[in-house]
Design a protein around this ligand. Structure first.
Ligand code: F6R
Length: 637
């Protein structure tokens, strides 16, 4: 291992401006939980970890916990609830020891509970682990470890890590090597901080696809999910890269690649962000950060265990009628799903706005009905009321939500956690594309069961879905052009979004984003419907935005562009790169630099339109994170 940096009087290798590292530390990952660790030369770590966890609170969490090494043993305090409540009950600052790790949990595997709260211990209680991310192969590892008599106390994926490390320690490996060997067995995404009585003066961290950054103090070192956690302690940061393993001691940090064992050098970065900027990883608003988090959010969707889809698909298959129930953006996900389910699985579904469900369909609901409710928060009152009604009529209730432990998870017979991580901006962005991706996977599982599409098409769609995160990364490069577009159109008083097929969903979602963030009354229509009324309001310079990939209904959409042009509307399009025909016709266009399968286009084509809504809000002096009169979760009917 390479001796990298002495904390006291240490000279960084070189310093880069922090603005350059923004995408490296935020764009590539999405955080589900908060991690913090401290190794101090003197004094107690617990109060330092406690304060740092408070600085990570903004990310959202359901449980909290700290472990320290004290008097040759591990001390752990953890529970479900807020840091304040847990501290009032357990007195976190009273824990002894100069080395400690802490965690704020955003549940993915296992409900929020004391048992599932981190840190997780080995059987002997000599290893404590905190983790952010998803271990994809945890079920196999758990079975294997249980077969060798390991006793599991939680339902988390994380706990396999402490047991694996324990095994390597028992084999005579030292602690850092044990963590390294354990990390090599893990599939998925992980940022891990582990402590052990086997090496009481250190924290061992590893990172793959989840953020982890080291803070270099003068006689202390820290690890954290983001720099905001340690900014009051140090501004010298070292961003871990893929497959890095770091051993932190109070006066030095050592780095290797955990797969190859090769020694590493990493640059030390001087953080100039304010604490507020740091919570947004340098982005001006959470919304912009969350738009950029979409590629890793979809990677998290792709990690959801197939068993949940199978369970849900078998309920849907048997249903006489299927309702897709939601509000706002989640309703748009349901609308997209209705296209996917008919096209792929030949299942007819009824997307319904939750507040209308009882009036519209109440009299037809019975035990042969299945209601699939989609709610980011899992707490939207209108959705829950409709769900409770459906249950009282003996319908089966299924749920898709971002919040494990939410009321929707408790009311559902089967639910899928969409794994998007906390969304702080009021407007749904990454949670929308994640929901649509979950529903696409569900439609594919149904299609597989029902053999409704050819193997060739199935392979293409599965590969296409796997390619979505990379495609999103490319699409995000259109940001500067979208900003220009917003500058040009910022003073228009209304917009209309038109599309055909599954992208009617995209048009509706783009309209919702624009109106809720910029307060511009706007319309969205299936393009074919525009001549049945909307066209009456079109006058010269009225801006009409088309979502127009070269999909099946493309030729009809081109006809609609011509209709609007003939009335001298300002025509704008989100189009496929190299579409010369539309480039010729449109006044302005954003070219999507990647080709994706028609049915997968909404999650790609919506991105420039999310950015458009964001930049329009900024241009018009509105706060995109906190639009007026709106709440993140609407818990009143
Ligand atoms: C729009 C938005 C809202 C929510 C709606 C449902 O950007 O965020 O329209 O989609 O309030 O919320 P959930 O999904 O939590 O039920």
């Amino acid at each position: 291992m390479l001796f990298l940096a002495k904390a006291s009087g240490q000279k960084p290798f070189w310093i880069r401006k922090v603005s350059e590292i923004r995408t490296a530390c935020a764009g590539g990952m999405v955080a589900l939980c908060g991690i913090f660790g401290a190794v101090l030369r003197t004094g107690d770590a617990a109060p330092v970890v406690h304060r740092a966890l408070e600085r990570l609170e903004y990310r959202g969490y359901d449980s909290v916990g700290i472990a320290t090494i004290s008097k040759g043993g591990l001390e752990v305090k953890k529970d479900r609830g807020s840091i304040r409540d847990v501290d009032l009950r357990l007195h976190l600052d009273e824990m002894d020891g100069s080395v400690g790790v802490g965690h704020t949990r955003w549940a993915t595997h296992g409900m929020p509970s004391l048992e599932n709260a981190h840190p997780h211990l080995s059987c002997k209680g000599d290893v404590a682990v905190v983790h952010n991310g998803i271990i994809e192969n945890f079920l196999e590892l758990k079975r294997e470890l249980e077969g060798r008599n390991h006793l599991f106390r939680s339902r988390t994926d994380t706990e396999v890590i402490s047991h694996l490390v324990e095994e390597y320690l028992a084999d005579g490996e030292d602690f850092a090597e044990s963590v390294r060997l354990a990390a090599r067995r893990l599939e998925g995404s992980f940022a891990i901080a582990a402590i052990s009585t086997a090496r009481p003066g250190s924290i061992v961290c590893v990172k793959k696809e989840s953020p982890l950054v080291i803070g270099l103090g003068s006689s202390s070192n820290y690890c954290a999910s983001d720099v905001s956690a340690f900014l009051p302690l140090t501004r010298k940061a070292l961003f871990l890269e893929e497959e890095d393993l770091a051993v932190l001691e109070s006066d030095q940090t050592q780095l290797i690649n955990f797969r190859t064992g090769q020694e590493l050098e990493r640059e030390v970065v001087d953080i100039t962000w304010s604490p507020e900027d740091a919570t947004r990883s340098g982005y001006k608003h959470f919304m912009l950060k969350e738009i950029h988090e979409q590629p890793p959010a979809i990677r998290n969707v792709l990690r959801i265990q197939p068993i949940y889809y199978d369970l849900m698909a078998s309920k849907l298959e048997k249903a006489e009628q299927v309702f897709l129930l939601a509000c706002g953006t989640s309703y748009h996900s349901c609308l997209a799903a209705s296209y996917l389910f008919t096209r792929l699985a030949k299942i007819r579904t009824q997307p319904v706005i939750a507040s209308e469900f009882i009036e519209q369909y109440g009299h037809t609901i019975d035990k042969r009905s299945v209601v699939l409710a989609v709610s980011q928060s899992g707490e939207t009152a209108d959705t829950l009321e409709a769900v409770r009604f459906a249950k009282s009529a003996e319908a089966s209730v299924l749920g898709i939500t971002n919040v494990m432990g939410s009321t929707l998870t408790r009311l559902s017979e089967v639910y899928i956690g969409q794994n998007s991580g906390p969304e702080i901006g009021v407007a749904a962005t990454k949670t929308f594309t994640s929901q649509v991706s979950v529903l696409t996977r569900l439609a594919l599982v149904l299609a597989e069961k029902r053999r409704t599409i050819s193997e060739d098409e199935m392979t293409k769609l599965k590969d296409g879905l796997l390619g979505i995160p990379a495609a999103m990364e490319e699409v995000l490069s259109v940001g500067p052009q979208v900003r220009e577009l917003a500058r040009k159109y910022r003073d228009r008083s209304s917009f209309c979004f038109l599309a055909r097929g599954i992208n009617v969903t995209t048009a509706l979602e783009a309209r919702l984003k624009l109106l809720e963030l910029s307060y511009i009354p706007s319309l969205a229509y299936p393009a074919g419907e525009s001549k049945h009324g909307f066209i009456a309001v079109v006058e010269p310079r009225f801006p009409v935005i088309f979502v127009a990939p070269r999909d099946e209904p493309y030729h009809n959409t081109v006809g609609n562009v011509m209709e609007m042009k003939a009335r001298n509307a300002s025509t704008i399009g989100v189009i496929e790169s190299g579409d010369e025909k539309l480039k010729e016709l449109l006044d302005d266009f954003i070219e999507i630099p990647v080709r994706v399968i028609d049915l997968l286009t909404p999650v790609i084509y919506v991105i420039p339109l999310q950015l458009f809504a964001y930049w329009m809000a900024v241009e018009r002096g509105c706060d995109p994170d906190r639009p007026r009169n709106l709440a993140k979760s609407v818990t009143v009917e």
